[in-house]
Design a protein around this ligand. Sequence first.
Ligand SMILES: [Zn+2]
Length: 102
Amino acid sequence: MGIAPQYKHDCSDCNYLGQYKEYDLYICLSEPTLIARWSSKGPEYNSGVVFGIIGKEGHPLRECLIRALKVPEYRNVLNEHVLKYETSNMVAYGKILREVSV
Ligand SMILES: [Zn+2]
């Protein structure tokens, strides 16, 4: 994804997805979850697949979800997670999937 992260982030299960606005974006494969970090201080990040799905355009976790879905390995992990835990958001997720696939 080009540029290195701006902030410290110490999770070896996280995969960097580039910068967006002031955020460093990651997908963490152990949870799995999506992460948008805005500082090197431990707790200064947002996370959650659900916020990628329901977040409006411009939300860093929505951008994070879109970037992750373009990588087949990450897409498979997210599909599984959504089938298990986000069934109430399946319609919204499906819409994003179709946007990414075109
Ligand atoms: Zn992680």
